[in-house]
Ligand binder design. Structure first.
Ligand code: LLP
Length: 428
């Protein structure tokens, strides 16, 4: 259970609201977002980063979850935001996020997107590569403007959930490799563009990372590289953005990142390494997405038909599935679930929880123990705050679910349930 969940008379509640009530009020499937948890998480990050050495900032990686309500929360909290498309810039700005706090990432930013970012006053554009730098310089020359930029680097530390490899061979589509023989020339060229104010570097080593050492190693690489560039080129590295990727809990296999313990250690490491090399950083940024929102989000489904195959496999069908959560189908991602109206019953029946899309892979959880289920029960999947809504689709013309936010025992609709007409809106 999440901290906001309690069981009262066998019924699971979210901050005092029964899931029965939420289902009846808003319908299912329903994305539910706990604001208190999110706000606390952001505070924890801010606090854990604070230090006497340099300025720090937490940027929320919007790709994990972006809606108008989320933008408004980000604006209220005054944190920065990582955006990766003109669409994300549009939503952030339209929700009240200060554009100067945006970091615009992504490979192959289109000219129109770069122009839009400049026009909106996006604070920092994170250049992916030399070709983009040259394009941006031309656009800015035409406009007679200057732009603060970082360059995305590949420090050669790749982190995956359970393995961790360090390699000079880097085939990632993102960033410029620190091992590229031409890297100094590339950075010199970027630094010489009259329109670009190269403030430093960025890296992002992966997502759902559990290895503290990968973050520490990438920091060492980034700092050593920055120092080398300062020594060899006429360049001042003011900021390093170390990316996001802090792993979260989906199932008992995952050991979520203890940010309160790790970030102070990380900051100390960055301070000591840069001090040893006499690199004076003004600002250190990180940009978690999943870790800020995943535990705030859950998805409520209504149980439909149940069936048992001839070989004895029990299927439990829900009224959503891969259209609202593509992660199991796409990444074999694992989740946990419970039946909210049977929250204190023994989980003695093994079900495969499947969605309603025309696709055999449309399953949310394979072979999972639940109390014996009936049509009409409510099934809740926790930990769906990140990369669920933002990756949802209209496959099979299944409308996207509504979303609600819960705060202080009250719920409010933040995204309306889609209608069939919504799905046909642009069709001529
Ligand atoms: N910064 C950069 C440059 C990134 O590319 C990403 C994620 C983040 C920050 C945020 O990473 P996080 O803290 O959320 O791990 N759709 C996949 C995840 C893709 C992540 C892509 N980049 C999933 O559902 O697991």
């Amino acid at each position: 259970l999440e901290s906001y969940q309690t069981i009262v008379n066998g019924q699971l509640q979210h901050d005092g609201l029964s899931y029965q009530y939420l289902a009846e009020t808003y319908g299912t499937p329903l994305y539910i977002f706990d604001e208190t948890t999110f706000v606390q998480r952001v505070k924890d990050y801010k606090e854990a980063l604070s230090n006497p050495y340099f300025e720090t900032e937490v940027l929320f990686a919007s790709k994990a979850l972006l809606t108008k309500a989320m933008g408004q929360l980000v604006a209220q909290l005054g944190i920065g935001q990582d955006v990766v498309s003109a669409g994300e810039i549009y939503t952030a700005v339209a929700s009240g996020v200060n554009p100067s706090k945006l970091y615009f990432h992504g490979n192959n930013k289109l000219n129109d997107e770069l122009l839009y970012a400049i026009e909106q006053g996006v604070g920092t554009i994170v250049l992916d590569n030399r070709s983009e730098a040259s394009r941006l310089n031309k656009l800015l020359l035409d406009l007679g403007k200057k732009q603060r930029v970082l360059l995305r680097l590949n420090p050669g530390v790749e982190a995956h959930t359970h393995e961790y490899i360090k390699t000079a061979h880097n085939d990632s589509k993102f960033g410029e490799s620190v091992f590229d023989p031409a890297i100094e020339d590339v950075i010199q060229t970027i630094n010489n563009y009259p329109t670009l104010d190269l403030a430093g570097f960025h890296c992002h080593i992966g997502s759902q990372v559990f290895e503290e050492q990968s973050f520490l190693d990438s920091a060492t690489e980034m700092i050593e590289f920055s120092k080398k560039m300062e020594d060899n080129l006429n360049l001042k590295v003011k900021e390093i953005n170390f990316g996001g990727g802090f792993g979260v809990y989906y199932t008992a296999e995952d050991k979520p990142f203890d940010i309160k313990a790790f970030l102070p250690k990380f900051i100390q490491h960055v301070h000591e390494t840069s001090q040893k090399l006499s690199l004076t950083l003004e600002k250190v940024t990180i940009e978690p997405g999943r870790a800020l929102v995943n535990q705030s989000g859950s998805t409520l489904y209504r149980v439909g038909d149940l069936k048992t195959t001839t070989s004895g496999k029990n299927y439990l069908f829900v009224d959503g599935g891969m259209t609202d959560n593509i992660r199991p189908a796409l990444y074999q991602a694992k989740y946990e679930a419970l039946i909210t109206n049977k929250a204190d019953e023994v989980a003695d029946t093994v079900y495969t929880i499947a969605g309603k899309a025309c696709e055999s892979g449309d399953k949310i959880i394979n072979d999972y123990p639940l109390p014996e289920a009936e049509t009409g029960d409510l099934l809740l999947v926790n930990g769906t705050g990140a990369y669920n809504y933002t990756m949802s689709s209209h496959y099979n013309r299944i409308p996207k679910p509504a979303m609600i936010h819960v705060l202080n025992g009250k719920s409010r609709l933040t995204v309306k349930r889609e209608t069939f007409a919504d799905m046909m809106r642009n069709e001529i």
